[in-house]
Design a protein around this ligand. Structure first.
Ligand code: NOJ
Length: 588
């Protein structure tokens, strides 16, 4: 008698709330659909294209920031959290988008940027106009500089976008003492900006900041949004005294050798958790209940943390039952293309979140990282680049796409919630030859080109091969130029085409839903060869269908188990699963 291995993550129940298994599609508003033809995407453009997301089969969309902003960091520098930037439309357009999405059965998650405001935010303008030590300055992290005149930054922190994390707000005030010498009346004052100088960091020890963000949450909850993706969730609280930290303030909190800088004074301080507990209480006031008082599984509003925190046990603290609902899991995204690393990422991620009873999230691409269809085109183990420029080594596009389809096929089989980034369902590559003049990422600008930055993954979407700007709009304008390959990958070139990446995603999402994979239990498959990743997925009921996902990273094709092949990420080789290919099978 053979005994089945016990699941290392238990199945959910039919009453699980939506966010425990949802597939969420990230729309980058600048680049999805442009209704005005000015070259920048907008909210009415998104609303008009929402049926595409229903056909794709996702549950929700997350919108990167659309707030009023001078766009020093593509909208992650918010000047008014309660208004829409004219580039994207109006508040009425946001209301229409939310209403239409709900009509279509899609949830809407918006981006919340609480670590910093824009320099043009009314609070920061008031702070600049006010005196050092004033209540206006106390909303931000203003400090006197070091050195006799305060001419040096207050500490040695560097910005995530390179350069110092401090910007001088005003020079020293120096007086002539009447005896031929000078006297420093006031030292130069600086403000902290962990990102661009257009993004001053707020001081979260100030209760006024807490009150303001609670009011902002309520503003959007009242407008009907289903949740918030919380930008830089691990950065809001800084270590008391802002002590020096010689390393670069890398967003991921990692040293150059990849180890975690758990002592980084700007990241992952214990104080952040009180903020999220308070926010959770606010969101819970908005949960919809059934007539019998029980919580409607469809009625939760959620918080999802963007927290680049290692190890997984620390990341899990953000999703304890009284804090956020989800946290992005960058472990899977960062895993090298090797079976042992992928297995480790999957199993550790589930284990870490299970410790606190939270669902795991899965993500492979977003607006900050090289698209996975290109990233995976480098030799396994190549460190993740911050952008790819024309004179850098270029990825192998074919291998990259094959692996991307395979890793997505593994990802969408896994229990938990998965995030897709616009265009990955078309297999869009990174733009790797973008001319320097076109680049807009502050990382590129601040580092004078030493860091390529993130523009290459933010290129406008490709809808219709033969239309201007591949159907992004009708004028052909595009804030970042599309590479030639984009039109051949347009939606209309893939729609209904067997074997296309778009049809693969549609099939995966349909089968995932039909077979309840998002809330399945998961167990290892005994006897799996070293260079193969294989799991069995099964729901709680005895008669729930069993699904096996198999990903082959070895050089030789492997046999599939007996049973129905439900979907494959690429063609089989005489019924066998070739290298860099994944399949879902209903075992006989
Ligand atoms: C993370 C966002 O995803 C990124 O795009 C942005 O530049 C930084 N946070 C700063 O807000």
């Amino acid at each position: 008698m053979t005994t089945e291995p016990a699941p290392f993550h238990s199945p959910g129940t039919p009453d699980d709330p939506w966010w425990r298994h949802a597939v969420i599609y990230q729309v980058y508003p600048r680049s999805w659909a442009d209704s005005t033809g000015d070259g920048v995407g907008d909210l009415p453009g998104i609303t008009a294209r929402l049926p595409y997301l229903v056909d794709l089969g996702v549950d929700a969309l997350w919108l990167s920031p659309f707030y009023r902003s001078p766009m020093a960091d593509a909208g992650y520098d918010v000047a008014d959290y309660r208004d829409i930037d004219p580039l994207f439309g109006t508040l009425a357009d946001a209301d229409a988008l939310i209403a239409r999405a709900h009509e279509l059965g899609l949830k809407v998650i918006v981006d919340l940027v609480p670590n910093h405001t824009s320099r043009e935010h009314a609070w920061f303008q008031a702070a600049l106009a006010a005196e050092p030590g004033s209540p206006e300055r106390a909303r931000y992290l203003f400090r006197d500089g070091r050195g006799p005149h305060g001419e040096e930054p207050p500490n040695d922190w560097s910005s995530v976008f390179t350069g110092s994390a401090w910007t001088m707000a005003e020079p020293a005030v120096v007086e002539d003492d009447g005896h031929g010498a000078t006297r420093v009346v006031r030292k130069a004052q600086w403000y902290l900006n962990l990102f661009d100088s257009g993004q001053p960091d707020l001081d979260w020890t100030n209760p006024e900041v807490h009150e303001e963000f609670d009011a902002i949450l309520r503003f959007w909850l009242d407008r009907g949004v289903d949740g918030f993706r919380v930008d830089v969730a691990h950065g809001l609280v800084k270590k008391e005294g802002l002590p020096d930290f010689a390393d670069r303030a890398d967003m991921a909190g990692t040293n150059p050798d990849g180890t975690a800088t758990s002592d980084a004074p700007m990241w992952d301080q214990d104080g952040v958790h009180d903020i999220y507990r308070a926010w959770r209480r606010t969101l819970d006031e908005y949960v919809t209940r059934r007539p019998d008082g029980s919580i409607d599984p469809d009625g939760d509003r959620i918080l999802v943390a963007e927290a680049w925190v290692e190890p997984i046990e620390r990341a899990a603290l953000y999703v304890r039952p009284d804090e956020m609902h989800q946290a992005f899991n960058f472990h899977y995204l960062n895993a090298p293309w090797r079976a042992a690393d992928l297995r480790e990422a999957v199993e550790e991620s589930l284990h870490g979140n299970d410790l606190v009873g939270a669902p795991t999230t899965w993500v492979l691409s977003n607006h900050d990282v090289v698209r996975h269809a290109s990233r995976l085109g480098f030799a396994p183990g190549t460190p993740r680049p911050n952008g790819i420029a024309a004179d850098d080594p270029q990825p192998d596009a074919e291998a990259g796409l094959r692996r991307a389809r395979a890793q997505t096929t593994l990802m969408l089989a896994l229990p938990g919630s998965a995030y897709l980034y616009q265009g990955e369902e078309l297999g869009l590559p990174e733009h790797t030859t973008l001319p320097d003049e076109a680049r807009q990422d502050p990382t590129f600008l601040r580092s004078h080109g030493a860091e390529t930055g993130r523009d290459g993954c933010r290129i406008p979407m490709s809808w219709e091969a033969d239309a201007p700007a591949a159907g992004f709009n009708t004028t052909g304008e595009a804030w970042l130029p599309q590479p030639e390959s984009y039109s051949g990958l347009a939606v209309d070139r893939q729609d209904g085409v067997e074997g296309s990446t778009l049809e693969l995603y549609r099939a995966l999402l349909r089968i995932r839903r039909e077979r309840g994979l998002g809330s399945a239990g998961i167990s290892a498959v005994p006897g799996t060869p070293d260079d193969v990743v294989a799991y069995d997925l099964q729901g709680a009921d005895d008669d729930a269908p069993r699904t096996r996902v198999i990903l082959n990273l070895g050089a030789e094709a492997v046999e599939l188990p007996q049973g129905d092949v439900l979907v494959t990420s690429g063609p089989l080789d005489d019924g066998r699963l070739p290298t860099d290919t994944a399949a879902w099978v209903a075992p006989a």
